[in-house]
Design a protein around this ligand. Sequence first.
Ligand SMILES: Cc1ncc(COP(=O)(O)O)c(C=O)c1O
Length: 378
Amino acid sequence: MTRNNKIYVTSPLLPGIDDFNTIIKDIWESKWLTNMGKYHNLLENKLKSTLKVRNLSLFNNGTIALLIALKVLDLPEGSEVITTPFTFAATPHCISWNKLKPVFCDIEPDTMTIDTNKIESLITPNTSAILGVHVYGFPCDVKRIAEIAQKYNLKVIYDAAHAFSTEIDGKGIGTFGDITMFSFHATKLFNTIEGGCLTYNDDNLIRKIYNLRNFGIQNEELVEEVGINGKMNELQAAIGILNLNLFKDEQRKRAEIKSIYDKAITAMGGGIRLPKMPLNASNSFQYYPIIIEDNYPISRDEIYEKFKSLNIYTRKYFYPACSDYECYKNDLAVKLGDLKTVNNIKNKVLCLPFYGDLDKKIVEFICNNLVTVFGSYI
Ligand SMILES: Cc1ncc(COP(=O)(O)O)c(C=O)c1O
C-alpha cells in the first residue's frame, strides 16, 4: 500500500469502513461519546484476555498512560529512574515530567534492550525505579531485572509500546514488573488511532489509576487525587474493538514478509546483522530493524538516502538516541552510563518497511537492493 506512490515504514491497520459505521451509528444514537462508555469498557475486558493480564486501564494515548504509571507508584520527587536512551522521546520525557531524573543505561547488542549487566553500577541511594523498554517488541531480560529490583528495593515499569501481544514463556508481557504501558498509536500493530493502556497485577492500583486518568474524580462529590484527563473516547474504543479481530491476521502477513527479509539477509552471510528474539518469547511483529555492520560497503545513512531516492522511506529508529537530545545532553541532572553499544547501534540501525499489505514485489526489490548494494539500480 502506498500513499502518493511512497512506501513508508508502516501503514495503519484499519477496519472496514462499514463495520466502523455500524458501531458509529450505535454511538450516535446513544449520545455517549466518552467517559468510560460501553465500547471503552468492552475493549478493556477484551484486551485483558488478549494480553493475558490481571488488570488493565485504557488511556487516550500511551504517553499519558506512562506518565500516570510513574505517578501512581509514588516515587520520591527528584529520585532517579534507570532507563535506556534507545527509545522514543516519550520514555524519558515521562520520567522528567514526573520531576524524576532519567539515568541512561546502555543496551545489549542482540535485543537492544537495557543491558542488565550495566544496571547495578548506576544504582545509587537515590534510585527509585527501573524503566525497561521492550524496544521493537524484543523483550527485556525481565527475570534479571526482577532480581535486581528485589535486591535494591526498586519499582519496575515497562514501556511495551512496541510489544503488543508478546509473550514470555507463554505469559503476557504486561504481567512483568509493577506496571506496563502499551501504546495504541496509529503506527502500532494494534491501534485505536491514538490510545494506550496500563497493565498491572496489584489490585490496589485500580482505584488510583482510575482516578488519576479522570482528573482525580472518583464520583460526583469525591475528588481524591490531582489527576489529569487520560480517558479513551468511544470512537477510539470502536476502532480498537474492530482491530482486535484483525491484528492476528496482520501478524501472520507480517511474519511472511519477515521470512522474505530474513532469508535474503541471512543468505548474504554478513554485512547486515539481525537482532535476536529470545527463544522463550513470541514476536509482536511491530518493526523489522536491521543493523548495518562496518563490513557492509556503504553506511546506514547512505542506504537510507538511496531508498529515499527510490520513494522508499525507511526509518533510523532510534537515531538520535535520547541522550543526544538538546534537552537531555545539556541537563546536568541527567546521568549517563557508559553508552558504548547505544552510540554504536544508533548509527547502524535501520527499520525497513513492514506491514501486512506491503507488496511482496516491493519486499523483494528492497532485498535485491540490499544484497546487490543497489548495484543494479543506480
Ligand atoms: C517506545 C515508545 N514509548 C512511548 C510511546 C508513546 O506512545 P503514544 O504515541 O501512544 O503516546 C511510543 C510511541 O508512540 C514509543 O514508541
